[in-house]
Design a protein around this ligand. Sequence first.
Ligand code: GAF
Length: 388
Amino acid sequence: MNLLSQLATSFQNAFHADPLLICSPGRVNLIGEHTDYNEGFVLPAAIDKAIYLAVGLRSDDELHFIAHDLGKKYQGSLASLAPTHTWADYLLGVIAQFRLAGHSVGGLNCVFSGTIPMGAGLSSSAALENGIGFALNELFGLGLDRLTLLKLSQRAENEFVGAKVGIMDMFASMMGKADHVIKLDCRSLEYTYAPLRMDGISIVLCDSRVKHSLVTSEYNTRRAECEAGVRFLQTYYPEIKSLRDVTMAMLDEHLRNTEPLIYRRCAYVVQENQRLLDGVAALEEDDIVTFGQLMYGSHEGLSHWYEVSCPELDALVDIARQQPGVLGARMMGGGFGGCTINLVHEESLDAFSEQIMKQYKAQTGKDTYIHVCKIQDGTHVVDESVTV
Ligand code: GAF
C-alpha cells in the first residue's frame, strides 16, 4: 500500500478521524558546509526524501503521537511540555516554541513516517520539526508565514533538543522549490532561487551508514571554536560580528601561530564561504567542472581542517573521485557520518553505483545506499492519492 494511505489508515484506526497529510522534505547542500552558523552562505535544496505526517485536532489538551516506522507512541499533555530525550522532542519542542511565542495551540494527534534514511544527514529532524509546525499553522489557522515557521523549528532544535544547529536545514526543507537550489545568506536571510541547469548530470547521495554518537557534542564544539576565533579577532577588529567578516589575512596575522586549532577551524569556514561564492559564479556560467573541483576542495577542508569527516566518508569521496563521469564529491551536512553528495554524468551512473558499492564494502566492510535525488518543493499539504 502507498505510504500515505498507510499513514492515513493508521491515523484513522488510532483516532477515528480523517487526517490532514503533510509532506516535509529532507535536504541536500551542494556546497557551503558549517557556514550557516557563521553568518555565511549555503546552497541547499529540498529533496524527494521526506517525512510524512498525518495530523488532526483533539478536543482536549493532550498530545498523542505515533512514530509509525519505530512502532513507538508518545502521550502527554500541553501542560507538561518537557524534553523526553526521544524522537518526541522534535514535535514537543516545536509545540513549546509556538506557545512561548504566544501562538495559541491545543491538543493534537499525529502519526508520522518517512522515506529519509535515519541518521543519513539528510535532515530528518528539521523535516519533522517543519512538518509539525506547518501542521499547527494549518490546523489552528495561525496565518504564520514560512520564515516564521522555520525559525520556530530552529529554536525548537536549539532550545528544546539542545543541538545548536544553524538555519540551513529548516530553511531548505520549508522554502525548497522544485528544480532549484537556494542561495541563502544566513546573515540577512535574503535568498534567491537558482535554476539547476545541470543537463545530463545527477545529484547522487552515497550513505556511509555511519552515525557518530558524538555528532551533537562535536557540532556544538565546532561552533564554540568558531565563536572563540571571532572573540579573539574582535580585540584587533571590534567591528567583526562573525566569521563572515573575517579574511584569511586577519587569521594569518593574529591566529596562525598563537591558536593553531582555532586558526584551522576559522580558516576552513572563511575559505568555504569563498568556495560557495566561486561555485555560484561557476554555476551561473554553466561551468560544472569548476563547481565539481570546488566540491573536492570543500571535502578536503572538512576532513583535514574542520575535522568533521570520518574514514568512511573519506573512502566514499576517494572512490568517487577515481570513477569516470564524476565531476565532484564531498561529505555533506554536519559530518561524522551520513552521506556524501556527488555530481555524476547520467551515462556513468550504473558503473558509478557498482564501483562505489563494491569498493566501499572492500575498504570498510560496510554496505552503502545510493540515491539519485530529485529537487522538490518545500513543506506542503499532500493528497493521499500521491504515490510515495
Ligand atoms: C547540520 C546543521 F543542522 C546545519 O545547520 C549545518 O550547520 C550543517 O550541519 C553543516 O553545514 O546539518
